[in-house]
Design a protein around this ligand. Structure first.
Ligand code: HEM
Length: 242
C-alpha cells in the first residue's frame, strides 16, 4: 500500500526568521572570529586592522544578540512552536527518546510535527552555547574596545583620575590607570577563554546539527529542511506529537 501524505503546520514565522538570521550572523561571526584568531598567519599586523576586525565582529554580534533576545522573548510569549516547551526536554522525555531510538534502529523512524527527541537535545545545547557566546561577547566588547552595553562602565573604571573616560582609545595607555587596567585584564582574560572555547564547541555542534538534519531529511522523509523555509511538514504517518 502506498503511504498517504498529510500536510502539517510546524515552525512559526518567528522561528523561521530567527533561524535564518541566526545562521547568517553566526557564519559571519565565525568567519571574522577565525580571521582575528589567525591574523598573524594572514599577515594582518597593524593595530588599526586589529581593532577594525573587532569592531566588525562586534557590530555583527549586535545583530546576532538582538535576534537571539527576540527569539528568547518569543519562547515566553510566542506561538506554541516557539515556546520553551517545544524544545526543552520535559516530563517523559527519556521514554520518548528511547522509543524514538528504537524506531530508528528498526528502520521505521517515528515522525514528529515539531522536534524529534534528539532534535530537542541539540536545540537546547545550541541555545545554551549561543547565550554564553552573546553574554561573553558583549562583555569582551566592553572590556576590549569600550563598546556598548558595558564600554562606558569599563572606561569609567579604568580612567585615571581627572581623565575623561570618553577620550580613552582601545589599546592606548593614555588616560588609563595601570593598576585598574591590570585588574581588568584578570577579569577579561577568562571571559575571552570562555568565548573562544564556546565558539569551538558551537562549531562542532553545528557540524553535528547539519549532519543530523540531512540524515533525517534523507532517511525519515519528513521534509525537515524545506519546512524551515515553508513552515510546513509533509508526513506519511501519524505524528507522535499531534
Ligand atoms: C555565535 C556567536 C559568536 C561566535 C561563534 C564568536 C566567535 C569568536 C571567535 C572565534 C573569536 C576569536 C577569539 C580570540 O581572538 O581569542 C571571537 C572574539 C571576540 N568576540 Fe566573538 N563570537 C560570537 C559572538 C560575539 C558577540 C555577540 C560579541 C559582542 C557583541 C562578540 C565579541 C567578541 C570580541 C570583542 C572578541 C575579541 C576578544 C579577544 O580578542 O579576545 N562575539 N569571537
Amino acid at each position: 500500500m502506498s503511504p498517504s501524505y498529510k500536510n502539517y503546520s510546524t515552525w512559526s514565522a518567528s522561528v523561521r526568521w530567527f533561524h535564518w538570521i541566526n545562521v547568517l550572523s553566526v557564519m559571519a561571526l565565525i568567519f571574522v572570529g577565525l580571521v582575528m584568531l589567525y591574523k598573524k598567519e594572514l599577515g594582518i599586523s597593524s593595530l588599526e586592522a586589529k581593532i577594525g576586525l573587532k569592531e566588525l565582529h562586534v557590530i555583527i554580534g549586535y545583530i546576532f544578540a538582538t535576534n537571539l533576545v527576540i527569539r528568547l522573548l518569543f519562547a515566553f510569549i510566542g506561538p506554541a512552536s516557539a515556546r520553551f516547551r517545544a524544545f526543552i526536554p520535559g516530563k517523559g522525555f527519556m521514554q520518548s527518546l528511547q522509543s524514538y531510538r528504537a524506531s530508528l534502529k528498526a528502520g521505521n523512524p517515528q515522525q514528529f510535527i515539531g522536534h524529534n527527541p534528539l532534535g530537542k537535545l541539540a536545540v537546547t545545547a545550541l541555545f545554551t552555547l549561543l547565550i554564553v557566546l552573546a553574554m561573553s561577547g558583549l562583555i569582551r566588547a566592553g572590556t576590549d574596545i569600550y563598546f556598548p552595553p558595558f564600554g562606558s562602565i569599563v572606561a569609567s573604571y579604568i580612567a585615571e583620575e581627572g581623565a575623561d573616560p570618553d577620550s580613552l582609545m582601545p589599546y592606548q595607555k593614555a588616560g588609563v590607570n595601570p593598576e585598574k587596567m591590570a585588574s581588568l585584564k584578570a577579569f577579561k582574560s577568562p571571559i575571552g577563554k570562555i568565548h573562544l572555547y564556546t565558539a569551538y564547541l558551537l562549531m562542532l555542534l553545528i557540524i553535528v546539527h547539519i549532519t543530523a538534519v540531512v540524515r533525517a531529511e534523507v532517511k525519515e522523509g519528513d521534509r525537515l529542511i524545506s519546512s524551515m523555509f515553508s513552515g510546513k511538514k509533509i508526513l506519511t504517518e501519524k505524528p507522535q506529537d499531534e
